[in-house]
Structures are given as C-alpha cells and as structure tokens.
Design a protein around this ligand. Structure first.
Ligand code: IMP
Length: 429
C-alpha cells in the first residue's frame, strides 16, 4: 500500500513544507492535489531557505518526480516564475521531474481581479483571501466554464478561452464600478507561459495509477489545512478546495486502497491568517512570544502574503476534529522548541457554550464565535530542546505535553520537530 497523505490539522502554516521534505526522502513521487499558489511551504536546507507556492516541496529531493494534480488551480505565469527561481537555485525542473495535470484548472487574470472585487464587496465580512484568484477559479470550474491546463496544448484555443474569461469578468467589474482589464494585454504573458508549459502537461491520473500499480511510493502533499476545507472547515472562512485527505483521492484520481498512512501535521501551538473564528487565539505577550518578531523565516508571518498570523495555544478541539475527518494514522508536531522557556503551556481540550461542553467544534460561525476554550494547563520547560534528537533526552514536561496531544485525539505522535533544519527532528517510539 504505497501512498501516504500529509495534511495540515489547523488553518494552514503548520510546517508542512519541512514534513514533505522529510517524507519525500522515502518517496518516488510527490503530488499536490488541491489549491494553488495561495500555499506557502518553507523548507530550510543547508543554509538556504526555499519558499514554495505551487511546486511540491518534494522537488528538493533528486529521487522524486513531482506532480501538480487535477484538483489544483494553476496560475501559469506564477508557476513559471517559481520554476525559474528554483532553477536559478540549482534545482532540476525539467519535464522529467515535474508533471502538470491536463485536468488542472487555470487561474486567469480575470480570476485575480474578481477575487479582489469580491473581497471589496464583502467589506467588514471579508474572508481575508490571499487574493490569488483561487475562489473565482474554482467557481468557474464548478460552473463548467473554467479553462483546463490541457487547453494550453492548443495555444489559440487557450487564448480565446482567456479572452472570454476576461470579458465575462469585465462585466462584473464594470457593474461594481471597478477598473476593467484589457483582454489582449492581460492575457499576453499567459499565452507565452502556455507555450513554455506544454512539455510538462500529462494525464497525471493515469501516470500515478500506473506507478502505484508498479509499487512506487507516492506522497500526497496537502496544502492549506483541515479547517480551511470547503466542506469541513469553518465555512465561509475557508478556501475553495477539498484540503482534507479525501481531496487527495479526487484531486489526483487514485483509489482509496492505495492509502496506507495519513500524517496529520500540527504546530505545538495554533495560528491563523485571514478572518474567521479562532477560539484559542491569544493577545499580548503570549501571542507575541509564539509569533516571534519576524526576524526569523520561521516566525509567524505569512509566506505568501507576509501578513501577521494570529497566534494562540494549541487548539486540541480542532486537532481532535481534524483527526476524525482526515483519518490521521499518526501526528507530526512541529515547532516544539518555540514553547521552551514558558512557565506553563496550555492546550484547549474542549469548548464551552451555554453551559455545555463540546468535544468537537460547532458547525455554525455564530456558535464558533461564542465558544469559550477550556484549557488544560501543563508545566512548561526551560531547557532549549533544539539540539535534542532522542525522545528520552527531552525534559519530562515536554514529553508530557506531547503525550497530552496523543491522548487528546487518540492518534500517536510519531515525530516532533525542534527547529527548521532537516536533522532537528525527534522520532517517537
Ligand atoms: P484563498 O484560498 O486565497 O481563497 O483564501 C481563503 C482563506 O484561506 C483565507 O483565510 C486565507 O488566508 C486562507 N489560506 C489559503 N491558503 C492558505 C495557506 O496556505 N496557509 C494559510 N492560510 C491559507
């Protein structure tokens, strides 16, 4: 059973980039299955920081072929920009190593303009999207008027589809009193990009199934996080794709019996960018402490947008729920080192609303906004854990914290990271 799915357990930014990089060492193929360049996966290797938005983080491993699956939405211009950046850093980004699904959908300039227009129209209720055109691209896909990556094979047809998409968007922009786009001018770089991307196009569903059948190890790299999932997240403050484990099957076109392992990634605390409820959010000194100053690349500032991330104690209610809807078989806890030096550490183990205790998050936003987090408080630890590599060498309080995470969602913690470098990892028995 050769496929592993890796999923963020909260609202994204759990440290999935480093987890992919680690799991990719054992993989033949790493495949992204949902979202687009709204993602920001950071990996630190030998003094170099790599920030991926579209390319699977597995591209850093020479042994791996990377797939951009059918469930994704692709901005061809931004994809090429990232490919060029990574080539300049010495990575091989040839069509032998990167395959783009002919069934993936294209983000056009129209989608980006419409994303901005929709956020303006929402006013105080804005979702806080990444403004990458993600929602409008999935909207066109569902409305069966999207542009698929495979259309780039016929550049004239692709250009016509782009013009039509831009003209449709112009109607909406005009009626909202916003600036319209010049179809020819805005589409130009996209048409050039299409020419360059042709050699990468592939029926990736067939490719993946053929390789799985032959025993290839496939890592399905989740983006965003469980609570940003269009169905299971805190709708409408979500992204527009299925970012939970089910999305790996539909977003890659593979069957469930290939999946043997589902790794849930959680930070040792919680963070969120964009709007929406966050019951364990903290303000003041604790939030500042968890967030960091912004001087380090691992501090809690958005990789894609640079926005400040809201920070709080680990939300165990969300983690328990994410374990359920994703079917996690193990957990990977990142950034344990950030908690060193705190007198006490907290985990939200339940919510309370109207005198009732909840083990799982309520479904509606008004309820989620009213819940009060119930915390378990554990002793902190003063030791710097960043140089520790064995479970037994961790301070007892840190081990108790990890144990509490396991017990709270009944999923074993198999790995803990204590710093950004590849070797700053502790494997648990
Ligand atoms: P969209 O995906 O750009 O439509 O944004 C919808 C919501 O998901 C916003 O709250 C974004 O901040 C959030 N979001 C989307 N992608 C990511 C991600 O990779 N990490 C964290 N938040 C994300």
């Amino acid at each position: 059973m050769p496929a592993t799915i890796m999923i963020g357990a909260h609202w994204g930014d759990e440290g999935k980039g480093r987890v992919t990089d680690e799991l990719a060492a054992e993989a033949d193929i790493v495949a992204r299955f949902a979202g687009g360049d709204n993602a920001g996966h950071t990996v630190y290797v030998d003094g170099t920081v790599f920030k991926f938005h579209l390319l699977p983080s597995g591209i850093l491993r020479d042994n791996v072929t990377c797939v951009l699956g059918n469930g994704m939405v692709i901005n061809p211009v931004n994809l090429l920009k990232e490919m060029d950046e990574m080539s300049a850093k010495g990575l091989d980004i040839s069509p032998q190593r990167l395959l783009l699904s002919t069934r993936a959908h294209i983000i056009s300039p129209a989608h980006i303009a419409l994303d901005k227009a929709a956020e303006i129209a929402r006013g105080a209720d804005a979702i806080g999207t990444t403004l990458r055109g993600i929602g409008p691209a999935y909207l066109d896909k569902a409305a069966r008027q999207g542009i698929r990556a495979g259309q780039m094979n016929q550049v004239e047809e692709f250009a016509d589809a782009l013009y039509a998409s831009i003209e449709r968007a112009n109607e909406t922009l005009k009626s909202a009193g916003l600036e319209t786009l010049d179809p020819q001018e805005s589409a130009l770089t996209y048409i050039e990009a299409a020419e360059r991307l042709k050699p990468y196009l592939c029926d990736t569903g067939v490719y993946l199934n053929q390789h799985l059948k032959e025993g290839a190890q496939v890592l399905c790299e989740g983006a965003q996080g469980a609570m940003l999932d269009i169905d299971h997240g805190d709708y409408p403050y979500v992204t527009s794709s299925t970012s939970t484990s089910g999305g790996a099957l539909t977003g890659l076109g593979i069957g469930p019996l290939y999946i043997s392992r589902v790794v849930g990634v959680t930070k040792a605390f919680s963070s969120r960018v964009g709007s929406g409820p966050m019951p364990s959010e903290q303000e003041g000194a604790i939030a500042d402490r968890l967030r960091g100053t912004g001087e380090n690349f691992w501090d809690e500032f958005g990789t894609t947008t640079g926005r400040i991330r809201r920070c709080g104690w680990l939300d165990g209610v969300i983690l328990r729920y994410a374990s359920l809807v994703n079917g996690f078989t193990e957990l990977y806890v990142t950034k344990l080192d950030v908690l060193s030096g705190l007198d006490e550490v907290k985990i939200a183990v339940a919510y309370e609303i109207d005198g009732k205790r909840l083990e799982y998050p309520p479904t509606t936003i008004p309820e989620l906004q009213r819940v009060r987090a119930v915390y378990e408080t554990l002793p902190g630890w003063s030791e710097d854990v960043s140089t520790i590599r064995q479970e037994a060498d961790l301070p007892q309080a840190a081990r108790d914290f990890v144990r509490a995470i396991h017990e709270l969602c009944d999923v074993p913690v198999k790995t803990v990271s204590v710093g950004p470098a590849r070797d700053q990892v502790i494997h648990f028995a």
